[in-house]
Design a protein around this ligand. Structure first.
Ligand code: ADP
Length: 569
């Protein structure tokens, strides 16, 4: 099936052909007519010159023949004839048997008693029937082309016993047919039998070539019609194999024909140029059409692709909106769950704390001997129980703090106050633990006095407590822990440096995550819940500060945090 473009293309091609045909056909006709008119003009001029020349000669020769018949004074008549017509080179009176009774040439010499060369004068017999006849061309001893004209000497009862034979020098006629300027074409003259009498090449004339098989020759010689070269049978392939454009015209007086022959390629050159022009313009038009059609199709395809893309975009946008809504919903559900979880943790922790506290004091009381004496073995069991209970209480406290801070009800109370008392209150406890663990603890206070800070002392105490607790917990005996306070311009920096186990490089980025513990820490120290640092970071950030860590596994860590100076967050 043809597409719309296809139909349009076919219509355009047909349209182009029709338009071209509309101007091409008449133009081609005009071109041929012009070529025909030109050739006919040439033929007509030559025909009239030859016809005129021969007509005079023939009439005068016939008159001379009549005079011979009337007066029997051939010598005088022939001399007059020779004087009047330069075309005759000799005139003779010849008997039926071919014997020359008298011959007179241009010098006036009289030659008699000679037999003529009958091979040259086949026309003798024609003349003896009563018809003037021309012979085929031959060369005179001087090398000039001649033909003979044979005229019967009128006699009573049409019994012709004698003929007048005149030799004609046709050199002059040759000049006539050589004269026109028709490029590669030429003019030739055929006698009534279709044999070549005249043509520009003398050698060819002597070959007596016969062209009677050409239809155009029949038309001119037999029908005595003018051939204008436009009829299909006027066209023939000549002896050189050339396709010709030829016109022909009879020479009535002798019933010969003159033909103007040109190679078709030359005569109708403008015709070919016109056709080439028509084809060229058509092709150009088709190419332009194709280019336009192609661009149109491309454009259409592009537009389609664009529309498709826009549609896809639209669908993607809709999908994104849908996903966004789904995510928002899911997030809301998650927040809801998170809240429920925090509430659960709070409630559970509260519920656990009371019996655990009771348990702690029971262990303590038993260890203190309030319930009677206990032996060493019993004391060890009680100490382990107390230790486990304390760990549970720490966990419960941390869980409660985390839940509170996440729910935004940690109860921060910011007061402008100095930092030193908080440190002073904490240090003795850690010095004691350090001693017990054989770890050196060093305190490096700020070299200059610290400005008061806007902070919640209890919460900051939780942060420092956690950092010192970790440092001591993850440092083996013999190591050291340094607490350093650095007085900066815009903030105070508190650093806790230890020479402990350090943090593996690939885990350091998760160190402040809830419940995260490093693999080496879990091996080194079983107790721990991974909530302390999470809580500490949250507290510091609520104060408008930042928390940092630098560590090398196996060498130690530096945990630090900043607190802004003079800023109420
Ligand atoms: P935990 O109760 O486990 O100490 P934290 O939140 O305080 O919980 O610490 C989280 C984890 O960070 C610890 O389990 C440990 O793996 C690592 N960590 C904290 N402080 C140090 C430190 N000073 N040296 C090495 N690892 C530490």
């Amino acid at each position: 099936m043809l597409t719309r473009q296809g139909i349009f293309f076919v219509l355009t091609v047909f349209g182009l052909i029709a338009i071209n045909a509309a101007w091409l056909i008449p133009t081609l006709r005009n071109t041929r007519t012009a070529a025909s008119v030109f050739s006919l003009t040439v033929a007509e001029r030559i025909q009239s010159e030859i016809n005129g020349s021969l007509e005079n000669a023939l009439t005068d020769a016939q008159e001379a023949a009549q005079e011979v018949a009337d007066e029997r004074n051939a010598g005088t008549s022939f001399r007059n004839l020779l004087r009047h017509h330069a075309i005759f080179t000799s005139v003779a009176l010849v008997t039926r048997s071919g014997k020359e009774l008298i011959r007179i040439d241009r010098s006036g010499k009289v030659i008699t008693d000679q037999y003529i060369d009958q091979s040259r004068n086949a026309s003798l017999y024609l003349a003896l029937q009563g018809t003037p006849a021309f012979s085929l061309p031959f060369l005179s001893p001087e090398g000039e082309p001649h033909i003979t004209l044979t005229i019967p000497i009128p006699a009573a009862e049409a019994l012709f016993n004698e003929v007048l034979i005149a030799e004609l020098n046709v050199q002059n006629l040759l000049s006539i047919i050589r004269s026109p300027n028709i490029g590669q074409g030429h003019v030739y003259v055929l006698d009534r039998e279709g044999t070549e009498i005249l043509q520009p090449d003398l050698n060819k004339i002597l070959q007596h070539r016969n062209f009677s098989s050409r239809p155009i020759v029949t038309k001119v010689l037999v029908d005595a019609a003018i051939a204008d070269g436009l009829a299909p049978d006027d066209r023939y392939i000549n002896e050189y194999g050339e396709d010709t454009f030829t016109v022909g015209m009879p020479i009535p007086v002798v019933k010969w024909g003159v033909f103007v022959e040109q190679p078709r390629s030359q005569a109708l050159a403008s015709e070919r140029q016109t056709i080439a022009l028509a084809i060229g313009t058509s092709l150009l038009a088709i190419i332009i059409f194709l280019v336009i059609a192609r661009s149109t199709i491309k454009l259409q395809q592009l537009t389609e692709a664009q529309t498709r893309l826009l549609l896809e975009n639209d669908q993607s946008a809709k999908m994104l909106v849908r996903r966004d809504m789904e995510l928002t919903g899911a997030n809301a559900r998650l927040l809801e769950l998170d809240k429920t979880k925090s509430e659960f943790v709070s409630v559970a922790a509260h519920q656990l704390r009371t019996p655990l506290t009771a348990l702690r004091w029971s262990y303590q009381a038993m260890l203190d001997g309030d319930m009677g004496e206990t032996n060493e073995e019993q004391k060890k069991i009680l100490r382990d129980g107390l230790q486990a209970t304390l760990q549970m209480i720490t966990l419960i406290n941390d869980l409660l703090n985390v839940a509170r801070i996440e729910e935004g009800r940690f109860g921060f109370e910011f007061i402008m106050q100095p930092l030193e008392p908080i440190l002073a209150a904490l240090l003795p406890r850690f010095e004691k633990i350090a001693r017990e663990k054989s770890v050196t603890i060093i305190f490096q206070p700020a070299p200059t006095a610290l400005p008061p800070l806007f902070l919640d002392a209890e919460k900051i105490a939780i942060v420092i407590d956690n950092l010192l607790d970790n440092a001591l917990k993850y440092t083996a005996p013999g190591g050291s822990v340094t607490l350093r306070v650095i007085n900066g311009k815009t903030n105070i920096r508190i650093e806790v440096e230890d020479t402990g186990i350090g943090i593996p490089h690939d885990q350091i980025h998760r160190i402040f995550n809830k419940f995260f513990r490093t693999t080496n820490a879990m091996l080194f120290q079983t107790s721990g819940n991974g909530l302390g640092l999470y809580l500490a970071k949250n507290i510091v950030e609520t104060h408008g500060g930042d928390m940092f860590v630098e560590s090398t596994e196996g060498k130690g860590s530096v945990f630090s945090f900043t607190l802004p100076v003079g800023k109420a967050s």
